[in-house]
Design a protein around this ligand. Structure first.
Ligand code: AKG
Ligand code: MN
Length: 240
């Protein structure tokens, strides 16, 4: 079994923090890191206003895993996780979601969304390594992970917030991407602001603070030929 000893040598990639603040230096950080990733339309609208509009906290670690680790983890998780087609209820009707998914966690981490309760499978060793590594960075004891497999560009995830009551107030969500780069959209719930982040293989995106309260996020469908992508969102499910 390959061990993913994330903290033995190099420390994880330096994080870039996007945070609501009145200090102008954060806007520079934002611009340097993201300006070439947002569309021209958004760049004009977004960058001058980022301090006013960023209600929440995002931290992006593009090199959380190195290339070899990311490729090896993709192969292991692609074959070992129990990928399932799933269904959600929308306006009283069941629909098959456009991706495969699997839910892993400790036995108490039952998670309800869209009219369903997911019962967790026991985490694999690789998921445990990643859970601990993400937890050290976020300073959160994550106890569950939702794994999503996007098989091609038609697979996607609609805009939503991870704001279910069992995630508690100001939930921290650690999102690890493996495989193809896909565009991650963030849209503010009340202001005309959006962010587009191409999440690269091996990256970690931490969403914390009020991000879920003020923003929706999702993965858009694309007509571009694109390979498979695995995304893992580590969460802390709390008892209500
Ligand atoms: O695939 C992604 O990057 C997003 C996944 C996500 O938002 C979720 O699992 O709630
Ligand atoms: Mn989400």
């Amino acid at each position: 079994m390959k061990q993913f000893d994330l903290f033995s040598g190099d420390s994880p990639g330096k994080g870039t923090q996007y945070k609501s603040t009145t200090e102008s230096s954060n806007a520079d950080v934002f611009e340097g890191a993201v300006s070439n990733q947002v569309t021209k339309r958004n760049r004009r609208r977004l960058l001058p206003d980022i301090n006013a509009f960023f209600d929440g906290e995002l931290h992006y670690f593009p090199d959380f895993l190195n290339r070899g680790e990311a490729d090896a983890l993709f192969a292991v998780l692609r074959s070992q996780l129990q990928w399932q087609p799933d269904q959600v209820k929308v306006y009283g009707k069941w629909h098959t979601i456009p991706r495969l998914q699997a839910w892993y966690g400790n036995p108490e981490s039952h998670y309800s969304y869209s009219g369903k309760t997911l019962n967790p499978l026991p985490p694999t060793p690789e998921l445990e390594v990643l859970r601990k590594a993400c937890g050290e960075i976020a300073q959160v004891e994550f106890n569950s992970v939702l794994a999503n497999l996007y098989r091609n560009g038609a697979d996607c995830m609609g805009m939503h917030s991870d704001d279910e009551p069992e995630l508690g107030e100001q939930p921290a969500i650690a999102s690890v991407t493996l495989g193809a780069t896909r565009r991650f959209d963030l849209v503010h719930k009340t202001e005309p602001v959006k962010l587009q982040l191409p999440l690269q293989s091996g990256s970690l995106l931490l969403m914390c603070g009020d991000t879920q309260k003020h923003w929706q996020h999702g993965i858009a469908r694309t007509k571009q030929p694109v390979g498979e992508r695995i995304n893992l969102t580590f969460r802390r499910v709390v008892k209500r």
